[in-house]
Design a protein. Structure first.
Length: 557
């Protein structure tokens, strides 16, 4: 094996003076032959706290087999993961977005400390996916990301269900529309095994994005977690990372402005999660690539919505796999003239070359044709205005309401808003305002699926709007504006809103407006006092001190 493939690992393993290092590695079973091969870090986000990452220990074993078969030596290491779905609606949810930074930092740190020649990162739940790719971008060593795959749909009363249905059922029980016995039956059947949440929620959105961007190899992400072929996919991923090393393909050749634009188009065409805005802004800043929140609106306006996927549509990620997978999504974007076809991927082929190999299942109904779009424009909209000078994000897939004006009902935390929904204090026409839940104020920018799903479950989804400086789950649906920036904790205009103020959502004009004069808003903000930090020490306090605005990806500096 050429020493050229061991540019990094020879530093720590070769020579007389490195005998102590080799001795320690021999203590856990590595041989001289192992250490003379390229060393590939296998960054695993396996954890027992959720189904999304639970099966990654199995997949990592197959990845390592593939690396060995291709002439490398794998060294596995682990990092953290926080379940959005399990922590939703609690203080624990504040840990979720913070975990993205820790995932990125820890993958990077171990790879730098141990001089791995290449890295393959296994991801599952929402923040492990962008966190892993952010780390690969920082390291800029031959590498790829392997997504663990979607959960299978559950079955309840004769139809497919996902975790989204359980959240919405909580609101239905509060309204007397569902019995607690039916809720228990739904709870018992919604998640039939390992894998990430089944709709085009954040995990499947980001997996789609990164396969279309080229940092995951084509054909890997849409294969479900428990599909019999997933183990083979993992084995091939191990072989792929060795081929990437031999060809010296690096993330900065793959993650470019054009590839990020391809990723944004993939979000728009599939009606994907608003969290993609945060994560792609963060990745762009890691790679020193110019990207602005307005780019999402521009690209979405040019991209038709074609995927009939939950939460706005009928189907789940396993259905998309059966229809033709992510390669078919890329082919639709290519045929529409939206895809930048010459972007390099980890296969060594361009994304255009990969897309033309798509095989569409005859009669599939998941991904519409270009001649029959669900909507002429994509699922993401960026609004600005006197209430969100830096912007906010709305997902418009799955519903048609483009205008709403109503009185504000203001809550300074998610729990208070949820309690108001459950106690029937929210009525048709209201604009629910949830603030001090932004990156700094939360801290951690909690998702609001508990509240938004309760609103839908209470039959208010078509008559109530919501805005927050927090964020939303990919399972959220309805007229909901997240990432309102600047956030309340830094004195953004959302801090000036009072109960009864009239707020207007105008999707066509891309405006979010507090119907007050600039003078009145200014007077109110002069009287505003910065709240005391919710955490005085520890990881939460550290994050709050260093995190940037959501309009910049909520990265730490």
């Amino acid at each position: 094996m050429s020493a050229n493939l061991r540019k990094e690992s020879q530093t720590i393993h070769d020579g007389v003076d490195r005998a102590p290092a080799r001795a320690m590695l021999k203590g856990i079973g590595f041989t001289d032959e192992d250490l003379a091969k390229p060393i590939i870090g296998v960054a695993n986000t396996w954890i027992e706290t959720m189904p999304c990452n639970y099966h990654l220990r199995r997949l990592s074993a197959k990845v390592k087999e593939g690396i060995r078969a291709a002439g490398g030596t794998p060294i596995e290491y682990n990092t953290i993961a926080i379940s959005d779905g399990i922590t939703m609606g609690t203080e624990g949810m504040k840990a979720s977005l913070i975990s993205r930074e820790i995932v990125a930092d820890s993958i990077e740190l171990v790879a730098r400390g141990h001089f791995f020649d290449g890295v393959i990162a296994l991801s599952g739940c929402d923040k492990t996916i962008p966190g892993a790719v952010m780390a690969l971008g920082r390291l800029n060593r031959p590498s790829l990301m392997l997504y663990g795959g979607s959960i299978a749909p559950g079955h309840f009363q004769g139809h497919d269900v996902t975790i989204q249905d359980v959240f919405e059922a909580v609101g239905s029980v509060a309204k007397g529309k569902m019995s607690t016995n039916d809720l228990k039956m739904l709870e018992d059947n919604a998640c039939p095994g390992p894998g990430a949440c089944g709709g085009q929620f954040t995990a499947n959105t980001m997996a789609t994005v990164f396969e279309v961007m080229g940092i995951s190899y084509m054909g890997s992400a849409s294969v479900p977690a428990e599909d019999p072929n997933k183990d083979q996919i993992a084995f091939e991923a191990g072989q792929h990372v060795m081929e990437i090393l031999k060809r010296d393909i690096r993330p900065d050749q793959i993650i470019t402005r054009e590839s990020i634009e391809n990723g944004i188009a993939a979000v728009a065409v599939t009606g994907g999660s608003t969290n993609a805005v945060l994560h792609l802004l963060a990745l762009a800043r890691e790679m020193d690539i110019p990207l602005d929140i307005d780019d999402f609106d521009r690209i979405s306006a040019l991209t038709p919505l074609l995927a009939d996927l939950k939460p706005g549509g009928k189907y789940v990620a396993t259905d998309m796999h059966q229809a033709g997978g992510i390669r078919l999504i890329a082919k639709r974007l290519l045929d529409a003239g939206i895809l930048h076809p010459n972007v390099m991927t980890v296969s060594g082929k361009t994304i255009g070359e990969e897309a033309v190999l798509a095989k569409e299942t005859p009669g599939q109904k998941v991904l519409h044709s270009l001649s029959d779009p669900i909507k002429a424009t994509g699922g993401l909209v960026i609004l600005k205005g006197n209430l969100a000078p830096e912007g906010c994000v709305i997902k418009v897939a799955g519903y048609e309401r483009l205008y709403h004006q109503g009185p504000a009902k203001v809550f300074d935390c998610e729990e208070a808003a949820f309690a108001a929904v459950q106690s029937n204090q929210i009525v048709a026409g209201d604009v629910v305002v949830i603030r001090y839940e932004g990156p700094k104020g939360g801290p951690g920018m909690r998702e609001m699926l508990g509240v938004t799903a309760a609103i839908v479950g209470a039959d208010l989804g078509s008559s109530v709007a919501l805005l927050t400086d927090g964020r939303f789950s990919g399972a959220t649906r309805g007229l909901m504006a997240g990432h309102v920036s600047p956030e309340a904790a830094v004195g953004g205009p959302i801090a000036a809103v009072k109960n009864g103020d009239i707020i207007t959502f105008d999707i066509e004009k891309r405006k979010l407006t507090l119907e007050l004069s600039e003078e009145e808003i200014s007077i109110r903000l002069k009287d505003w006092k910065e709240p005391l930090p919710r955490y005085k020490k520890g990881v939460m306090a550290k994050y709050a001190r260093h995190v940037s605005s959501a309009s910049e990806g909520a990265i730490t500096t």
